[in-house]
Design a binder for this molecule. Structure first.
Ligand code: ADP
Length: 238
């Protein structure tokens, strides 16, 4: 669960980037965070990844208050979160396979488990046939799918994607979102920061809109389709 309780962030130059933010995101949710440039989205991301800390209020991520972590604890905390960036951040000198495997090697995993997991992660993102390719020979969409495979490889509870479709063509953007949806269905919470309203409209998910450091609206979890509710009710009435 992610909990922002009266969270504010004021930068050293006095800029109020976030003001009194209250958000609760349950385990397994899929949430879009939207807003114009300068709204405060990156600041929220940096608080979640513990690259920065709130000036006021309380932030909890999976029961942990990031700002209370010691320097030594931060890498472990970050490994519990899979992060996907707009600019992919793949290692250019490593193959697709090694880019994904590397994320397991650095946490001390080895041998067969790496082979099994990397193989199935590349299958999930549809890139088994590119395992030996280098990032420079991939399209933007393919690079982002490698980044997604890398983000999930250590079984995080949460994926944070910061403008994941910013460098990807429109059709591939839909595919990236579908993949994030598939990952979410496996039980991983997904938080996607985007300013692409068309994508948000295409996927019926909770949207939290930020403007000038404040929540403009929060749609909450979308209601279940009527047919599904009816079916669940009939089951529980049995
Ligand atoms: P977004 O990601 O929605 O574009 P940001 O979180 O980057 O918005 O920025 C929110 C506000 O905080 C903006 O006014 C921005 O100029 C300011 N800001 C961001 N980072 C810093 C910083 N390190 N120091 C001072 N001001 C900052």
């Amino acid at each position: 669960m992610i909990l922002f309780k009266n969270v504010s962030k004021v930068y050293k130059n006095g800029t109020k980037a976030l003001e009194n933010i209250n958000i609760k995101i349950e385990d397994g949710e899929f949430v879009f965070i939207t807003g114009r440039s300068g709204a405060g989205k990156s600041t929220m991301m940096h608080l979640l990844t513990c690259e920065d800390t709130p000036t006021e209020g309380r932030l909890e991520v999976n029961g942990v208050e990031p700002k209370k972590l010691s320097r030594r604890q931060i890498p472990k905390y970050r490994r519990g979160i899979g992060v996907v960036f707009q600019d992919f951040r793949l290692i250019p000198t490593m193959t697709v396979y090694d880019n994904v495997a590397f994320a397991m090697r650095v946490v001390g995993r080895g041998g067969r488990i790496i082979r099994e997991r990397v193989t199935s992660a590349l299958e999930l993102v549809g890139l088994s046939h590119k395992a030996r390719a280098y990032p420079e020979h991939l399209s933007g969409g393919e690079q982002q799918r490698v980044a997604l495979a890398r983000a999930i490889i250590n079984s995080p509870k949460l994926i944070i994607a910061d403008e994941p479709t910013g460098n990807v063509d429109p059709q591939m953007s839909i595919d990236i979102m579908k993949l994030l949806n598939t990952i979410n269905k496996e039980g991983i919470s997904v938080v996607v920061v985007t300013h692409e309203q068309a994508l948000v409209d295409a996927f019926r998910k909770r949207e939290i809109r930020i403007e000038n450091g404040k929540i403009l609206y929060d749609t909450g979890r979308p209601a279940k389709p009527a047919a599904k509710i009816a079916k669940e009710e009939s089951v529980s009435n049995d």
